[in-house]
Design a protein around this ligand. Sequence first.
Ligand code: NAP
Length: 480
Amino acid sequence: MSQKLTNFDMVIFGATGDLAMRKLLPCLYQAHAAGLLNAEGRILGVSRSNLDTEGFLKKVESDSKIHVKQNFSEALWDSFVKRIQYLKVDVTDKSDFDRLAERVKARQNTENVIIYLSTAPTFFAQACENLADVGLNGDNVRIVLEKPLGTDLKSSQEINTDVAQYFKESQVYRIDHYLGKESLQNLIPLRFGNVFFEPVWNKQFVKSVQITIAEQLGVEERGEFYDATGALRDMVQNHIIQMLCFTAMERPQSLAGDDVRDEKMKVLKALKPLTSADVDANVIRAQYTASDSQAGYLQEHNVPADSRTETYVAIKAEIDNERWAGVPFYLRTGKRMAGKTAEIVLNFRENPQGLFPNTPNRLVISLQPNETVSARVFMKEPGNGMNVVATEMSIDLAKAIEGRRAEAYELLLREVIDGRVNLFNRRDELEAAWEWVMPIMENWAQSSTPPHGYAASSWGPEAARELLAKDGNAWLEDQQ
Ligand code: NAP
């Protein structure tokens, strides 16, 4: 049965930029190629460059097409680019917005206008004001805000307050591309659609939870950006906290409207605030150091030799609610680590009766490199007696479920077009996440203790191992 596809006008600010060329346009192409865009849907690229549509399409041809990695056909590409137009709009030039409004309003169908701000957040306030001045902030308009939304609680609040002067919260879509990952969303049916997971998903059965995002790459050519950012802002405040919310939240009343976001917000409210003493005891910051073949962080291009910016952070967090009180949530992320992975690990408690000692079950939900759900289950070893051995029950989602798996950005773009808000950060969520990480940033800013070191391509500093060992726990790679 064919589904009615929502018509749309998508205005992409920053259309000549890296994100638009590498992700937004290729992902819109994928949706187009899969027949998931309304035939009338149009894309209007805007940026400062003085180009016409023809000039812009030449750039798209040279800079964006190469990023279409699958489902490519010249015919589909040709029909895709017919959707695209370009207009020069400088965010700082009010008169450009009159022409923008004319262009958008000249369309027959303007009931679903999407403005995607893929520019530096310093432009957001002015863009919103100028859009409102020309009437492009009515109920038919949704506005998409790219990350990073601020560098701390205060700057995030300022951006949100600026945007809120012109757009209602229900019109605002804040991007965290982790929310577009199928395997993260899959936590909802995994937990609430299978009767045997939910009853054990709590402090009675779970001893600890680990959430890891590890990258093998170092800072590459982005030393300047990274040094001003660090792992806490780059990964923890957004992606890791979202993974934590999906892991810990209660069953939402429904999957529509704001119900999922309401449940995530309750987790954020229950996250135990960190005092400065907690940060000293339970937060590890570290930088990678040189190995035989790889430079250390302080030797990277554009990184000051005395930088204290963390390339690794590990945190012991606690959620103060009925379900999780007393269960440590160990969060960590790092660059130049031994593997590339994003995963959630539930370590279950020991079997309460003594027939089979030392047989703790474990569930590993992997978001990357592969999307898998694996349980460690103990089974009888062949032979006499009743010895048991650890085995793995594993589901590789890509093999188990047929069908095209869309990239996160494609899924999110389709959600915006359809006006579904659940996979976007609400203002209170974003600010609660900032509020929780602020004591860490404040402690580090005042601390005279330098970051720990960890060898490039290792699993992180010894101090992070000790953080778990003092609770009788171990990171996944150190477990049996
Ligand atoms: P970029 O390559 O530097 O592109 C910036 C874009 O902003 C260009 O299209 C530029 O237009 C436009 N621009 C600059 N000043 C403008 C003005 N006064 N008026 C109108 N347009 C203006 O940046 P990017 O990598 O695409 O990133 C865009 C935003 O997304 C940033 O906030 C970034 O942090 C965020 N982000 C990027 C990525 C990524 O993978 N690149 C991932 C996540 C988030 P001209 O070229 O015409 O000057």
